[in-house]
Design a protein around this ligand. Structure first.
Ligand SMILES: [Zn+2]
Length: 189
């Protein structure tokens, strides 16, 4: 009888120890993903949001009705122009056309200094040939109109007139023409 009671006691203590360990583990799991979730929630919200029917001109002071659609124009190496070139003096502010999360701030051979912005509907907005990027870093949330960088001639725009190359990539659909989205409604800037 006492053996039974002892083993039952041991089982209880053992279960309590396992339970406590499980509780600590559970608490740990509950806290760590919470921090991750906090970061991934705005992303999930952006992915779930409908893609915009209109985007603001992403260069300060440039009016939508002054834009020229350069989508599909032939480029070196048999490439097609996957975006729109928006000409402005060097150093003109490049503005977020939609609210979103800065995905990447970096450099590549063609685009030069670039910023990628994750926007509504999971679309990636691409800003290239920047003279230099602005303050926001990868992971930062930005509102429409926030400064992402400054117009320049980096990458393969070197030697030409300063301009922003602006591209929109819509997931599996690939690059889409930003022009109709820019002119759909006069943005007034
Ligand atoms: Zn371009």
């Amino acid at each position: 009888m006492s053996e039974v009671r002892e083993s039952s006691f041991r089982r209880t203590v053992g279960a309590w120890r396992i339970g406590r360990r499980a509780a600590v583990l559970y608490l740990f799991l509950a806290l760590v993903p919470a921090a991750r979730l906090e970061r991934s929630l705005p992303i999930a919200r952006l992915l779930a949001a409908p893609p915009p029917e209109h985007v603001a001109v992403p260069v300060d002071g440039v009016r939508a009705d002054s834009l020229r659609d350069s989508w599909g124009f032939a480029r070196s190496g048999g490439r097609r122009h996957e975006g729109i070139d928006i000409f402005a003096p060097r150093g003109t502010r490049v503005l977020a056309p939609v609210g979103g999360i800065v995905w990447r701030v970096g450099a590549d051979p063609l685009g030069g200094r670039v910023v990628w912005l994750l926007g509504p509907g999971g679309q990636m907005h691409y800003f290239a040939h920047l003279d230099h990027p602005a303050n926001p870093r990868g992971g930062d949330a930005v509102a429409a109109g926030d400064t992402l960088g400054y117009v320049g001639t980096t990458g393969n725009a070197r030697g030409g007139p300063p301009h922003l190359h602006y591209g929109i990539y819509a997931g599996a659909a690939g690059a889409i023409d930003p022009y109709p989205l820019l002119v759909r409604r006069s943005s007034g800037r």
